[in-house]
Design a binder for this molecule. Structure first.
Ligand code: GH3
Ligand code: MG
Ligand code: MG
Length: 304
């Protein structure tokens, strides 16, 4: 484990470092709280063992600063002090320390308490990973790995608010695969799925890095075009349409599936941060898509 030890006494640091490195830990040293804080900002450290009284920033203030900061991971803190009254120990723990060791400490007790920290941190890591996994699942489509409808709707609402503040337009392009059912009917559902994954890849390669792409529904995709006027959005949509038409999916040596999409485009030139602004934009794009289908498919249509 990577451990920061903060103590203004060199001899105390030497003692700690000797014990901790002998137990296989990597130790970073600080001779006051500010230096320890600086190290914690720069390095990926799991555990801090800090003296109470130190110049510049004392141990308690250091721990409070750590607790107040939004750290990417939990930093387990052990307060180390010659103060050994019950009141001192209680005060130290109440200020945010996870554990307390009084000087002089027994090496066995130091190791045991560091191992308690390691167990807590391992638990915290697995909980954090599980939470991140759930967050990913809640916002992504399992087939294509693209953002799902929920993530897209949330993003459009957030973007509307942002574009409103910056007085920038926001455009949407809804893409629907033409005659997609025929791929399923003719080659089976698995090939249908392959077509969707192929499209996801083609679109990902063709959009700009700051645009958002996701799977809106069955065989529909949505591209959220930030700071984009209607004229620009129509150009982007046409580029996407051509890119897809130009890149058939090869499913066997002699079989390449040509895929085409119809695209409905909508734009809000003066976005408002309102629930119905988002709904209106989605409806506009949907109506434009419907019109593109009605006019013969494999085309881009502006808002009606
Ligand atoms: P149009 O040109 O009018 O859009 O015709 P279409 O066949 O693409 O549209 P339709 O809505 O009739 O059919 C869409 C089909 O997409 C029906 C549905 O079973 C299929 N589908 C939806 N989600 C998936 C999926 O995840 N995998 C596969 N393989 N098929 C899907
Ligand atoms: Mg379709
Ligand atoms: Mg459809």
């Amino acid at each position: 484990m990577r451990i920061v030890i903060a103590d203004d006494e060199a001899i105390a640091r030497l003692l700690l470092r000797t014990m901790l490195t002998a137990a296989g830990h990597e130790v970073l040293e600080a001779d006051d709280g500010e230096t320890a804080w600086h190290i914690l900002q720069q390095e990926d450290v799991a555990l801090l063992i800090t003296d109470w009284y130190m110049p510049r920033l004392d141990g308690i203030s250091l721990i409070q600063r750590i607790r107040a900061a939004a750290n990417a991971r939990y930093i387990y803190t052990i307060l180390l002090s010659a103060q050994d009254s019950k009141d001192d120990i209680i005060a130290g723990l109440n200020q945010g320390a996870d554990d307390y060791l009084t000087k002089p400490f027994h090496p066995g007790e130091l190791h045991a308490r560091v191992m308690i920290g390691a167990r807590i941190l391992a638990l915290e890591t697995s909980l954090r990973e599980a939470r991140d996994g759930f967050a990913y699942q809640a916002s992504h489509d399992p087939l294509t790995g693209l953002f799902n409808r929920l993530a897209l709707s949330n993003h459009v609402r957030a973007e509307l608010a942002r574009c409103q503040r910056s007085q920038q337009p926001l455009a949407l392009a809804v893409l629907d695969v033409d005659h997609f059912k025929q791929f399923n009917d003719r080659y089976g559902h698995l090939v249908g799925d392959q077509v969707l994954c192929h499209l996801a890849k083609q679109l990902t390669a063709a959009i700009r890095p700051y645009d958002w792409l996701g799977r809106w529904g069955g065989e529909e995709f949505l591209v959220v075009l930030t700071n984009t006027s209607l004229a620009e959005a129509l150009i982007v949509a046409e580029r996407l349409r051509l890119h897809i038409a130009d890149n058939p999916l090869r499913i066997a040596e002699e079989v390449a599936l040509s895929v085409s999409v119809s695209i409905g485009v909508a734009c809000d030139a003066a976005p408002e941060d309102k629930e119905d602004a988002a709904i209106h934009l989605f409806q506009q794009a949907d109506a434009a898509l419907y019109e593109a289908k009605r006019l013969g498919r494999n085309r881009v249509h502006p808002p009606l």
